[in-house]
Design a binder for this molecule. Sequence first.
Ligand SMILES: Nc1nc2c(ncn2[C@@H]2O[C@H](COP(=O)(O)OP(=O)(O)OP(=O)(O)O)[C@@H](O)[C@H]2O)c(=O)[nH]1
Ligand SMILES: [Mg+2]
Length: 527
Amino acid sequence: MNDKKDKNVIKLIEQNNQGKLIINNEALEFIQNLNDHVGVIVAVGKKRLGKSFMLNRLVDFDSQNGFEISHIDEPCTKGIFMSTKIIDHSNKRGDKMKLILLDTEGLESKESSKEWDCKIFVLSLLMSSYLIYNTNGTYTRDDLEKLSFVTKISQNIRKNSSSEMDKNDFPELLWVCRDYKFEIKNDDAGRDALKEFMKTHFETDNLNKTKDFFIKSFKNIDGFYLPYPDLEHKNGLSSKKLLLGIESYKWDDFSGEFYDQLNILCHKIRDNVQIKIFNRKKLKGNIFSEFIRKVVEDLNNEKTILVVDLVEVLIKSDANRNLEEIKKYYSDKLEEFFSKLPMEWKLMNSLEEKTRNECLDELKKKIEESYLKEYEDLFKSYCLNEKDKSGIFFAFIEKNKLLIEKLCYEEFQRLELEYKARMNEKLSNGNCIENFECYENDLSNNILSEFKEKVKEFSTNKTEPVIEFRIFEDKLKNLREISDFSKIFLEKYLENEGIVKFHTKLPIQKLKFFITFVLSVKNLFCK
Ligand SMILES: Nc1nc2c(ncn2[C@@H]2O[C@H](COP(=O)(O)OP(=O)(O)OP(=O)(O)O)[C@@H](O)[C@H]2O)c(=O)[nH]1
Ligand SMILES: [Mg+2]
């Protein structure tokens, strides 16, 4: 089907011998793989009026590699051709999209039926986000009626059995008058004249219904006058010569009013082209390709076209797929970051937050706006479900908490042993009572600060589960505490063991304290 493999274009639609529309799957696959919103510029109108030439200029295709143009009086473009160069584009509002250009077969050629023309026209209206209606001379009733006829047919196209299309589902219209012979006062002259022309036409003929259909069928209506091609060439070739041999010249070689106005026209198109929207959803390549498939199928079967349900289902399944991808990315990143827990809470939180925001940004880029909130919430609850403290990040929080507790417990045990060992050593030296209190204080303070040092990095963020030093301090206090003071036991101990020679100058309370402490510690260590 595609006889132009080396070119920037491919056939998208052709006619079979029963007059049905046939889609080229290779071209559809190309659209399907455009993983981005698409802006679709379609040029439609009478044969032999420079449609292909204008589209080539729009994206700087030279005539060798772009849409085929010819200077003979035979229809050149047959069916619908599509650009296959990936064109990243931003319109004047900053909307980012991949541009698709569709060049259609000229209408009213002697070889084609009215029915075929109608299919091409309706298809152009439905597929485009920016429709260029190409006529010659000036705005005429005849041309307006042809366009109105198509908009009337499009009223048979419904979103689904209960809702009609509205103007948001249709493209913006740019009506270009080629070979305009009169003075063009300014760049807006074509637009102002079109407005005036439409107003008088609909009012004079009392065509309110037609007008309603017409107005409802376009997001916006704009017009442009393009003068007769008075091409100038640096080699001094005449305009006629140039037009006849246009295929062999380069854009840079041209100048003149026509060329300047053509460039202004192209600028206008690039500025205003919008993302293809259907049922208030911005379409991406994969959805748009299915949209085309469905519209073509219904047109071929002469059925009422019901496209919305299909589009909704496709957008939803695309959103689900994107969510799954993002979830996987998030989990993989978390696994990677937290393969070496325990980790400082502050660092752990910031790594998670960074990854989550990165994923949300990606989700925003990928998911249709009207579903964004729903899918953002789904993603957030996958990460952190505040309600029931579930979500994948909570699993890491829990793991970190346990590992930090384990680390602290082990550290505590190690220090406890050390404390006991040093106390034991001190107590076995019989002459310890005089400076016992100082010694014990120093030792426990050292141990406390050693512990703090060890676990400090895991306890920096007070808002998160932190290791409470208090727990350690309490344990240490327990270890040091004199709980069961017994004078009898004390005396007995002093008599029998005689390892502690108390200092008679010590006040009795302090003395009791030390001795009881010694006993309890000894008890503890002898267990
Ligand atoms: N009169 C006129 N000729 C033009 C204009 N722009 C381009 N041409 C010439 O018109 C001839 C036909 O151009 P195409 O771009 O092939 O026209 P088309 O509308 O795509 O033709 P079909 O594909 O047959 O419908 C070429 O020789 C062009 O150089 C224009 O604004 N006015
Ligand atoms: Mg053409």
